[in-house]
Design a protein around this ligand. Structure first.
Ligand code: MRU
Length: 349
């Protein structure tokens, strides 16, 4: 299996961040070398790096790289470190992994207010590496728990991309199938193309093909017929923020998949690391949904704009799936079942 494991990494001299540009996939495998906070902000905002866990991993290494160019003197270093973390955090509001990872990095600085700034650098590097290493272990465990539900021959429908490039390795929603394929298991995956940015068409189908998994790409509005045909035994999707009551924000269109799955009696599972569970957000109504450029709907991907010039568009990047539609939330610690207010709280006890 060809599995990309170097999509977010440090340059050899560790002064820059190197990322696989996900906007160019699958046709072009291009890397961006990032040294400034503005370019890092833009990489998150423009989805050169995307997927909640991958954004968190990126943020950890970004803070380590940027810290190397901050003032040596402590109060100035601390102030600039916090300001830079706030700046990166403002790039995308929905995925909690970004603020979670940035908070971890800020805590390293706050936990030692007196040492010279240079002494903090190795600790910042260790923390960024820990965020990455923990994600690898979490994705592996999530994949094992997800795989335990599947029988050979099952059809699984997924939405957006929650694969290796959206995380560290394996991925979350497609991790079980990738792990299963390594063990000789056979599944059939339906990948929603995921308008408007086509993460399913460009990334999920590419990753699954690379892993030797039977994948069929469908338009988002074809999920119903595929379910009605009896081809789907499970829906697996990732998550960007899971609220304390189990309401879950994920790529726009996910809630529609869950509603369809309920209609056809198909179990709908959310898969994600516990770092995506946010007990400080009580319900889905408290999750900020990112709104993006209307041109992503009107003209992106088309040789010519395909909608009337100036037409009004509504382009939310995520939606919230009501917890009542979710059969289970699979984290590295196992499968949480309703009532989620209790099972999610237990993850952190
Ligand atoms: O806008 P994106 O492409 O960053 O949205 C990504 C998703 O919605 C994923 O499903 C989610 O981040 C989980 S990735 C393991």
């Amino acid at each position: 299996m060809r599995n990309i494991v170097d999509h977010v990494r440090l340059s050899a001299d560790e002064t820059k961040l190197v990322i696989l540009d996900q906007r160019r996939l699958p046709l072009h495998r291009e890397y961006l070398v990032l040294a400034t906070k503005e370019r890092m902000y833009d990489a998150i905002k423009s989805l050169a790096v995307r997927g909640a866990p991958a954004i968190g991993i990126f943020a950890g290494f970004a803070m380590y790289v940027l810290a190397q160019r901050m003032p040596e003197a402590r109060p100035e270093f601390d102030a600039q470190f916090r300001e830079t973390a706030d700046y990166l955090n403002s790039s995308r509001p929905t995925a909690v992994n970004l603020s979670w990872a940035l908070r971890r990095m800020v805590r390293v600085v706050e936990s030692d207010p007196t040492s010279p700034a240079a002494a903090l650098l190795p600790r910042l590097r260790d923390e960024a590496q820990a965020i990455l290493d923990e994600d690898i272990a979490m994705c592996r465990a999530i994949s094992e728990h997800g795989l335990s539900l599947l029988r050979d021959g099952d059809g699984i429908l997924t939405h957006c991309n929650a694969g290796p490039i959206a995380t560290s390795r394996y991925g979350t929603a497609i991790g079980p199938m990738i792990l299963g394929a390594q063990q000789g298991r056979k599944f059939r995956v339906f990948s929603d193309e995921t308008r408007p940015l086509l993460q399913g068409a460009r990334l999920t189908s590419w990753e699954l093909m690379n892993a030797g998994i039977d994948v069929t790409l469908i338009c988002d509005n074809m999920a119903s017929i595929v379910m009605k045909n009896g081809w789907v035994q499970y829906c697996f999707t990732g998550c960007d923020r899971v609220a304390a009551n189990g309401d879950t924000a994920n790529k726009i269109g996910t809630s529609g998949v869950a509603i369809l799955a309920k209609h056809y009696g198909i179990p709908f599972y959310i898969l994600g690391p516990s770092s995506t569970v946010d007990l400080n957000t009580p319900t889905g109504a408290d999750i900020v949904i990112e709104e993006r450029d209307p041109n992503e709907i009107r003209e992106k991907w088309y040789a010519e704009p395909m909608a009337p010039e100036g037409v009004k568009c509504y382009n939310p990047a995520f939606d919230v799936t009501d917890h009542e539609l979710i059969s289970g939330i699979i984290t590295e610690k196992g499968i949480c079942r309703p009532p989620y207010t209790e099972s999610l709280k237990k993850l952190f006890e």
